[in-house]
Design a protein around this ligand. Structure first.
Ligand code: TXA
Ligand code: MG
Length: 338
């Protein structure tokens, strides 16, 4: 059942109250620098189960566990030299590391969806860090949206998103980065990017050397089903202009007259990433037949932006809320879907 959650500005009192709720096994939505997360105590099996129920998320799709720092990560997972170097370079920040779970760690099994790995991230947002400090437990948190819909980058997106059983929404304003973290699989050698995000592949390779080729069919993240992050309206990519009835989402200085919104008039990919989800939401309205999006260069954050746009445009593939999912994602079982 969905109930209206209390939205509170992220004052120190509200953060303290949110921490009490987390420790009591409740769900709290909170800001990170990437997107808003739907958080629960990562060591509490029932609380983690409640996240899956609230999002309508399939149980084969594991969650990211948020920790304050490298020392807290080392209590939950086995960190090799690559993991330590990356954490030193990019934490706190938008990089999630998939690592072997440490035996005996106080971590729900469901958080890993039955895998022997766990995805860890130290978020950079000060509200997220304050919540982790006050709760003093690792916090499991997927994006705070219904499974398969656009991730929230503002507290009001969370409030409008009809997720169930949220005890509180901490409002820390718009997310600075606006696109989810990069998910990097370090349980294999060479490391592989499972989801492009806030930290680029080039920046990671500069720290630990070459990564596995993204075209390698063995690389998959349980959550990376083709269709994801989708608005209700169809998306048409690489558009140069709007067709009748379409809303045009532009990028860069050369935008056509029928432009509805521009991700970044100056052509700045950081600004475009920060605007992406909010603008897709704003244009996902019944008066438009579709959202046409101008081409975005593939370099830097553009890779993550294009990844999200391609998934949002893939209308005919099954989303992670439907479909013959479970056998496809068990380790060692081959399949065509991602
Ligand atoms: O920026 C972010 O990462 C946000 C904020 C809230 O931190 N969180 C987020 O969580 O995007 P979520 O659950 O929407 O996406 C997590 C991704 C999924 O694609 C999931 O399949 C993958 O990480 N993942 C989690 N644990 C994994 C594991 N053990 N092995 C492989 N992939 C994993
Ligand atoms: Mg998500």
């Amino acid at each position: 059942m969905t109930t209206a959650a209390v939205v509170r500005p992220a004052t120190s009192e509200a953060i303290a109250a949110a921490a009490v709720l987390i420790r009591a096994g409740r769900l709290v939505a909170f800001p990170t620098e990437t997107v808003y997360g739907l958080g629960a105590d990562a060591g509490n099996e029932q609380a983690v189960a409640a996240i899956f129920a609230a999002k309508g998320r399939p149980r084969f799709n594991p969650l990211i566990v948020h920790v304050p720092d490298l020392a807290a990560a080392a209590a939950l997972a086995v960190l090799d030299a690559r993991a330590r170097r990356l954490a030193e370079a990019f934490w706190p920040g938008p990089l999630t590391l998939v690592l072997p779970r440490r035996a005996g760690a106080r971590l729900s099994l469901l958080v890993s969806a039955g895998l022997d790995t766990v995805a860890l991230r130290a978020p950079g947002d000060p509200v997220a860090q304050a919540l982790l400090a006050a709760a003093a437990v690792p916090i499991a948190a997927p994006s705070a949206n219904r499974s398969g819909t656009i991730s929230p980058t503002r507290a009001e997106h969370v409030a409008a998103g009809s997720i169930g059983d949220v005890a509180m929404i901490l409002d820390g304003g718009p997310c600075r980065i606006g696109i989810e973290s990069t998910v990097l699989d370090l349980s294999r050698e060479p490391a592989a990017i499972l989801r492009p995000g806030g930290v680029t592949a080039a920046a990671i390779a500069a720290v630990i050397g070459p990564l596995a080729n993204a075209g390698d069919g063995a690389i998959r993240s349980p959550g990376m089903l083709t269709r994801h992050y989708a608005p209700l309206r169809p998306l048409r990519l690489d558009a140069r202009e709007a067709r009748p009835g379409e809303a045009l989402l532009a990028f860069g200085p050369d935008w056509p007259p029928q432009t509805a919104l521009n991700l970044s008039p100056g052509g700045d990919l950081r600004e475009a990433a920060a605007n992406l989800f909010a603008m897709l939401r704003a244009l996902d309205r019944p008066e438009f037949t579709a959202i046409a999006v101008m081409p975005i260069p593939e370099d830097g954050l553009g890779a993550a932006i294009n990844d999200r746009l391609r998934r949002a445009a893939a209308r005919d593939d099954w989303s992670d809320e439907r479909g013959p999912a479970i056998p496809c994602v068990l380790p060692g079982i081959d399949d065509e879907e991602q």
